[in-house]
Design a protein around this ligand. Structure first.
Ligand SMILES: Cc1cc2nc3c(=O)[nH]c(=O)nc-3n(C[C@H](O)[C@H](O)[C@H](O)COP(=O)(O)OP(=O)(O)OC[C@H]3O[C@@H](n4cnc5c(N)ncnc54)[C@H](O)[C@@H]3O)c2cc1C
Ligand code: SF4
Length: 540
């Protein structure tokens, strides 16, 4: 390494600015390290988010079409994945909901042998809740009353509670100086309950990562580089890593730069981190010694997302925050009502009747039965005025494991990742598009609101599950023979590499996972000593 390279070498390169990357950026900067965060998406100001999701160019991430919005839809053979892209990662489009998982998550056999996770993570959950500005939702709506009624009908009235959310409520529409970090953070504006959290908050009320962790990290010297995708990570002779960064300069215009870093944190979310690491594993010059378990045990949080469209125009399900209440169905399962803001009806383009069935023909039969049972209901549903006002989205999640694997696609045209339905029988089943409990619940709600039950079409037509909570793929183990990282999030086989994001989650939380990702990241960063101290050795 020449002198110039030595001088430009970062202490830490952080790849991705979601929950894991943001925690890493702040905590490493606080410890005196020189940190640079590379984020492939753009930076968003409040006014950059679309007014509704019909503004596809501002909503969707489709860079080939120059759509640089924060919401990405990835279609695979076994799963459709929704995720966030941009400075702040998934926090830009998430529904702010921050539940702590039930005991069964911490005791799951996939990682319980590696530590007492409940005890180890407890202080970091507290820290994460405080940093993300979590507070109890105090504004319950007609939708929540309806959900409480449904819960009462099935004997779950005591299990209903308002959500803990990362939102500043204050006085609706009133801007105040930073209410969270003693004046060190940015202003906030009181939430106006417009329901638009998942297209991006245009009002400055949502505590996205660029308003807490990343904001403070930049103040402490971390550099955040948007529009910059890390495409290779290579070890260097004598230690450290060489990263190749593809910087977007304009539509289909890129510049490649080389960056040197002593240590690297992979925080690209499951799709970003697993994709990059699998690519590096396949290249003998890069990271060929990564664990053979890379890409295995990917989990969907065992989710079922179902729409219930009411043709009773007196309902307006779009009012409130994106997820306003949560109901515990049993030891393993939770459900929540979810909403988009008024006018955000783009998902109606993807809707088909809810049609459970193992085979294509079973699903076609179920679809035909649904339509013939309520033909007039479906005609009215097709022509409803405002999809988001008249659709209640039901999110059902279970902590029971379902897993699949990701592998590299070798086609030069398609590139990237492909899913394989393997690991079945090791931990759980492959993700299912339909959960009988969720279907029964959706029909119960539909009966109450005079509605019809629907799904996105990959579920109804192809039986492919959908998820906004993809987890795993770089799971913890005792060595490369049974995991990709150790309990300190250090990558087996390579000194100075870490995985700190959803791909490190090694069991199924069964609730919205961002708080857990943040708590794990806080713990991982806590284990790294300040710059002046010696680096920890494996096994410590
Ligand atoms: C619509 C929606 C609603 C949701 N609601 C909730 C909710 O209410 N509560 C909850 O807990 N969770 C929710 N989630 C899930 C939550 O957003 C994710 O679990 C979480 O964001 C994952 O965090 P992460 O740190 O793994 O990575 P992410 O937040 O996904 O961030 C990864 C970042 O890395 C970037 N990146 C990837 N690869 C590269 C690369 N090679 N170079 C540079 N940058 C790269 C990506 O662009 C992205 O910005 C929701 C998700 C969606 C899509
Ligand atoms: S409900 Fe509206 S104002 Fe409140 S956080 Fe969500 S998008 Fe922002």
């Amino acid at each position: 390494m020449d002198k110039a390279e030595q001088q430009s070498e970062l202490d830490f390169a952080v790849i991705g600015s979601g929950f894991g990357g943001s925690v890493a950026a702040l905590r490493l900067a606080e410890k005196g390290y020189q940190v640079r965060v590379f984020e492939k998406g753009r930076r968003f100001a409040a006014g950059d988010f679309p007014k509704t999701n019909w503004h596809m160019k501002r909503w969707l991430w489709l860079p080939l079409l120059n759509f640089l919005g924060p919401f990405k839809i990835s279609l695979f053979r076994h799963v459709t994945v929704f995720s966030g892209v941009g400075v702040g990662g998934g926090s830009l489009v998430y529904a702010n909901t921050l539940p702590v998982p039930k005991d069964s998550f911490f005791a799951a056999p996939t990682w319980a042998h590696l530590g007492d996770w409940q005890t180890a993570l407890a202080p970091f959950y507290r820290k994460a809740l405080q940093m993300l500005g979590a507070t109890t939702n105090k504004h319950l709506t007609r939708t929540d009353t309806l959900m409480r009624d449904v819960a009462t009908d099935i004997g779950l009235d005591k299990e209903f509670s308002p959500t803990e959310v990362a939102i500043y409520f204050g006085q609706p529409g009133k801007t105040v100086a930073d209410p969270y970090f003693g004046g060190d953070g940015p202003d906030r504006t009181g939430c106006i309950h417009c329901g638009a959290c998942m297209t991006g908050c245009r009002h400055g009320a949502k505590n996205t990562l660029d308003r807490n962790y990343l904001y403070l990290a930049e103040k402490r010297g971390a550099v955040i580089q948007p529009n910059s995708e890390v495409v290779t990570v290579k070890p260097r002779h004598g230690g450290g890593y060489e990263l190749s960064v593809k910087q977007r300069l304009g539509w289909l215009r890129f510049r490649r730069t080389t960056v040197y870093a002593k240590q690297v944190v992979f925080s690209g979310g499951v799709l970003g981190t697993v994709n990059l690491l699998l690519k590096m594993q396949a290249d003998r010059r890069c990271l060929p010694n990564l664990s053979p378990h890379l890409g295995h045990f990917v989990r969907t949080n065992s989710e079922s997302i179902i729409g219930i469209m009411s043709h009773d125009q007196s309902y307006d399900f779009s009012q409130g925050i994106a997820i306003s209440s949560i109901i515990t169905a049993d030891e393993h399962s939770h459900f929540e009502p979810v909403r988009y803001g008024a006018g955000s009806g783009a998902f109606r383009l993807l809707m088909a009747p809810h049609a459970p069935g193992k085979t294509f023909w079973q699903r076609m039969g179920a679809m035909a039965r649904a339509v013939t049972k309520s033909p007039w209901g479906w005609v009215k549903a097709v022509f409803i005025n405002d999809f988001s006002k008249q659709t209640l989205i039901l999110l059902y999640m279970r902590s029971l494991d379902d897993t699949l694997s990701f592998a590299r696609r070798h086609s030069p045209w398609l590139g990237g990742l492909k899913t394989m339905g393997s690991n079945v029988g090791i931990h759980g089943t492959k993700p299912m598009a339909f959960l009988p409990e969720a279907t029964a619940l959706a029909h119960r709600i539909a009966a109450k609101i005079n509605g019809v039950v629907c799904n996105v079409f990959p579920e109804s037509l192809l039986g492919i599950a959908s998820t906004a909570h993809l987890l795993g793929g770089c799971c913890m183990g005792t060595s490369a023979a049974d995991g990709v990282i150790d309990t300190h999030h250090r990558v087996f086989g390579y000194e100075g590499l870490y995985v700190v994001d959803g791909s490190a989650v090694s069991a199924t939380p069964g609730v919205n996972p961002s708080l857990t990702i943040t708590a794990l990241a806080e713990r991982a960063m806590d284990l790294i000593p300040p710059k002046t101290e010696a680096r920890p050795q494996r096994g410590q």
